[in-house]
Unconditional design. Structure first.
Length: 258
C-alpha cells in the first residue's frame, strides 16, 4: 500500500504457516478459478503435499470446496476483504465527494490505492447514466496501464519507484499499452510535472482514463481519484477541459479531511 514502508519484523515472531496459507488463497483468480493441488503448489511455491493440506484446511473451515481433484473458493472468503472495507476510514470518507463528482459530470469516479504492482479499487460512485463505466470495489489492474496507477507512482519516493520499475512486469493489454520501462519512466515524470495522469486505451480499446493523486495535508499520497470514460464521448483533449477540473477540485476538497 501507499505510505511509509513498515519497519522490518523479526522473522522469529512470524507464523510462516499463515503466510503460506495466504499465498494459497491468492493463487485463485479470474484466470484460475479452479485449481488442483499440483497447480496450487506450483503457483504458491509449495510441494503438492503441502498445498493439498492447505487446500483441505480451507475446505474444512468453509473457505473452499472440492470435487476431489479441483478446488475453488467459497463466498466466505469475502469476509476477509470486507473486513478491510468496513473498518478502513478512507473508503467511507471519499463516498460523498466522489458522488458529487458524478452528479456534476455524469461520469463514474473511483478511489483506489497502490498495492505493490497493482491498483486496487476501493470505492466506485454511482453515475446518473443508465450505462456507467468503472471498476467495482475490490477490482485490481496492473498499475502501468491505469491512470490511477500512474498518478500514484508519480509520487513514490525515488528509490521505491526505481525498485518498482526493476521488478515490474510490463504486460501488454492493447496496442497502446506502454511496455518499455524507459518510456514508462518518462511518462511518469510528465505525470509528476502536470499533477494528473491521462491514459488512452492502455487497458481496453475505446476507453481512456484520468486520475489525480489524493494527498493528505502534509502532501503525502494516500491514493488516487480517477474516472474512466468512452473516447467517443470526449474527442481529442476535451476530457481535460470538462472532467479534469472537477477531479482536481474534488481532490483539493478531500485533502482537508484525509
Amino acid at each position: 500500500m501507499m505510505g511509509n514502508i513498515p519497519a522490518p519484523i523479526d522473522r522469529k515472531l512470524l507464523i510462516e504457516g499463515l503466510g503460506k496459507g495466504l499465498r494459497v488463497l491468492e493463487c485463485f483468480s479470474e484466470e484460475c478459478p479452479r485449481l488442483t493441488a499440483t497447480e496450487t503448489g506450483l503457483k504458491a511455491n509449495l510441494t503438492r503435499t503441502a498445498a493439498r493440506r492447505y487446500l483441505i484446511s480451507l475446505v474444512h473451515f468453509g473457505y473452499a470446496q472440492t470435487d476431489g481433484k479441483y478446488y475453488w473458493l467459497l463466498p466466505r472468503v469475502l469476509k476477509i476483504g470486507q473486513g478491510y472495507l468496513e473498518s478502513s476510514r478512507l473508503p467511507r470518507l471519499v463516498q460523498p465527494f466522489l458522488q458529487r463528482f458524478s452528479m456534476e459530470t455524469g461520469e463514474t469516479a473511483n478511489f483506489s490505492v497502490l498495492d505493490d504492482h497493482e491498483v486496487v479499487y476501493l470505492y466506485r460512485s454511482n453515475s446518473p447514466r443508465i450505462l456507467s463505466i468503472g471498476f467495482h470495489a475490490g477490482a485490481r489492474i496492473s498499475a502501468h496501464c491505469s491512470s490511477a496507477g500512474h498518478a500514484m507512482l508519480a509520487y513514490l519516493e525515488k528509490s521505491r519507484f526505481e525498485g518498482w520499475i526493476r521488478s515490474h512486469i510490463f504486460s501488454r493489454f492493447t496496442s497502446q499499452t506502454i511496455t518499455d520501462p524507459e518510456e514508462f519512466v518518462k511518462v511518469i515524470q510528465v505525470v509528476r510535472q502536470n499533477g494528473y495522469a491521462f491514459v488512452d486505451q492502455y487497458a481496453n480499446i475505446g476507453l481512456s482514463g484520468l486520475a489525480v493523486p489524493l494527498l493528505d495535508k502534509m502532501g503525502n499520497p494516500v491514493g488516487a481519484l480517477s474516472t474512466t470514460y468512452q473516447n467517443i464521448a470526449y474527442p481529442e483533449d476535451s476530457s481535460l477541459k470538462k472532467l479534469l477540473p472537477h477531479l482536481q477540485h474534488t481532490a483539493d476538497l478531500m485533502r482537508e479531511v484525509v
